[in-house]
Design a protein around this ligand. Sequence first.
Ligand code: NAP
Length: 401
Amino acid sequence: MASSLRHFVHSPAAAAASTPSLLSRFSPNFCTFAALRPIRPFSANPKPPTAAEQEQEQYAGAGTGTGTGAEEESSVPTTELPEPAGPPALRVGIIGFGNFGQFIARGIQRQGHAVLATSRSDYSAYCAANGIRFFRSLEALCEEQPDVLLVCSSILSTESVVRAIPFGKLRPDTIVADVLSVKQFPRNLLLEILPPEFGIVCTHPMFGPESGKHGWNMLPFVYDKVRIAEEGDQKAKCEQFLSIFEREGCRMEEMSCEEHDRHAAGSQFITHTIGRVLAQLNLKSTPINTKGYETLLQLTKNTVSDSFDLYYGLFMYNVNATEQMEKLDRAFEQVKQMLYGRLHDILRKQIVERVPVPGSPSLRPREAQNSCAAAREETNHLSQVVDVHTFSQAAFSTAKC
Ligand code: NAP
């Protein structure tokens, strides 16, 4: 995936402050705003701090030095209202903890939410090292009743993965979200399989471990709130979930799954296809790389770092992909026609109309001179149209004098 990356030093607070706030009424990450938090006024009946508050306290203390302690001890009465408590952090259960599952987990954690994970393979060591609870079965993860179940499995395995979810173990207002790079397919699948009370949010972060390795700022995040209940907690949890990406600085793009698939076939699928074609050429760096060539090398690298399953899923599970493949095929043919068509014109003139071949010994000196000039003119013109010097040199050798 070729994306222009914005390199930045990660700072969730700065990102949140500089991003237009679509979802800003939710602040799941207490740590993010700890430094900006007003000093809590003295309370006559202090409640014991929650774990999140204790964590917040430590963070605020570390950030502001020791000076705040005395102020918090102060018994001077104040008219400031107590700070309203934010919603508790989400518990996000990730199904499919491969390349992308691990990548997205890092962003969820950065925003102060808990990650639980399960996968076909054993990622328990990775999870233990990264503060994530790993479950060896989907059933065990669902028994923990996460707020959001995030499907990060391959497109090809998604149907069997979703059918295996033990819905009875989950709370009936659980939100099931997905990150698949195609959108109509998971939306229809989730609508078909999930119990009616479950919420459904279809998302596609339009970046991955390569293109998002320096941060998610300004990278597009597509979402469609397919089924979210107005009453109860579901709506708030959905906004809280989406705010993870907003706070990471993503460009939030709400659109229908159909619209996504149309755009993605004409952009992402084409990009992956060109990358795969270039990979077949086994391109190598040269001592005289142009900027354009460097871009192609990077595109190839990014594309092949994704699994072939992913690419095949982009093709097979997007109804618009076949049309794009055919368009690409036709476009390549047209470009070849533009090149070979001109060559054929010259050869036809020589064969059918008997225009003398430049350099032929049968030409008289005067004729040879004219013919050379005409052929040179034609070659120059072709070289301007087709910026492939070596090709024009070889293909039009008949025009050499
Ligand atoms: P992927 O090859 O599309 O998917 C790998 C994941 O699928 C792993 O978690 C793997 O589990 C699981 N999986 C594969 N076959 C399975 C099966 N038969 N049964 C159960 N699980 C199976 O590579 P990915 O890059 O990690 O992508 C994951 C999802 O994220 C895809 O839906 C993709 O469209 C989406 N996505 C990817 C990117 C990206 O840049 N890579 C960007 C946006 C969205 P194990 O690891 O346990 O084997």
